[in-house]
Design a protein around this ligand. Structure first.
Ligand code: NAI
Ligand code: A1CAB
Length: 267
């Protein structure tokens, strides 16, 4: 049976992407082979999605169309060594934080490589993915990468020099937003709401605000101004947020994640 789509590393992000690709029928389960060292994880992926699995990365790398690299950046050198001599030349899509195209292109000589930074909302088709093509990428490779990541959300092409900044914002951002939602719910509980009610209100408030901003195209500051009544509740809360360094904490979180992405690329 031939593999069109190979995946090395069957973890969180691989699952997020593959589940959506199967949902959207871009690939059939039998088109996909995932190589993954953990037996329990292999069994889970095979039984949940019907995809083929292997312990051997060389089988995934022998895919005819696409090889998705979804291991941790720290595992790259070991994985590359194990792939020496594999003959097939699929398009390589690397989602590894920080790892530059130059390192990927020397690890995969003669192959087209695209550096990609997706995020976890890809699981539900609401991902944000940035792609940066390498030197050997042809228009058909870029079209294929766009098709794959459009199936999991929105796609933005950026120069590679911006990929670490993208990683700090949209790659890591879902964690920052999840903490905001958790903290909003905690605030509701502190103010007397039952936990399930607080959790529901917090989640829908963040979702509703994001959808409203997207559909109305309002600047976030305009929305904030609409909510803040003179002498009202919201400005009281905003004053406390400013005192607590809310904006700078978020800005610094994105910058710290960007800097860590740069460090990972150097190691
Ligand atoms: N989790 C996220 O939100 C995002 C992660 N990324 C990137 O995606 C990559 C994977 O991240 P996660 O899925 O979160 O990690 P994960 O730890 O869930 O998945 C990595 C998988 O690789 C497997 N693995 C380890 N050594 C291997 C080897 N030698 N050969 C094959 N597989 C091996 C592990 O057993 C594990 O299942 C990372 O490089 C990360 O920078 C990118 C965007 C978002
Ligand atoms: O935390 C990480 O390193 C990965 C990259 C972007 C999101 N998660």
């Amino acid at each position: 049976m031939s593999t069109r789509f190979g995946i090395i590393g069957g973890g969180v992000m691989a699952e997020a992407i593959l589940s959506r690709l199967l949902d959207r029928k871009l690939y059939l389960p039998e088109d996909i082979l995932i190589s993954e060292p953990q037996a329990q994880r292999r069994e889970f992926l095979a039984s949940t999605y019907g995809v083929r699995v292997s312990e051997d990365n060389r089988q995934a790398a022998s895919a005819s169309e696409v090889l998705l690299l979804a291991i941790k950046p720290q595992a790259l050198d070991t994985v590359l060594t194990g792939l020496l001599g594999v003959m097939e030349k699929p398009l390589v899509l690397s989602i590894l934080a920080g790892v530059p195209l130059s390192r990927l292109e020397s690890g995969f000589p003669d192959r087209a490589v695209i550096r990609v930074m997706p995020n976890t909302p890809a699981t539900v088709g609401e991902g944000m993915t940035a792609i940066a093509p390498g030197r050997r990428v042809e228009p058909q490779h870029l079209d294929l990468a766009r098709d794959i990541f459009t199936a999991v959300g929105e796609v933005e092409e950026v120069p590679e020099s911006l990929m670490d900044a993208v990683t700090g914002l949209s790659g890591s951002g879902p964690a920052f937003v999840a903490i905001l939602i958790e903290a909003l719910a905690d605030g509701g509980v502190a103010a007397g709401l039952p936990r399930p009610v607080a959790a529901r209100l917090a989640l829908q408030t963040v979702l509703g605000t994001a959808v409203f901003l997207k559909e109305s195209q309002l600047h976030p500051a305009q929305l904030k101004d609409r909510v803040t009544s003179p002498g009202g509740t919201t400005i009281a809360g905003v004053t406390r947020l400013e005192k607590g360094g809310y904006r700078s904490a978020i800005i610094e979180a994105v910058v710290a994640a960007y800097q860590r992405s740069r460090e990972l690329g150097r190691s």
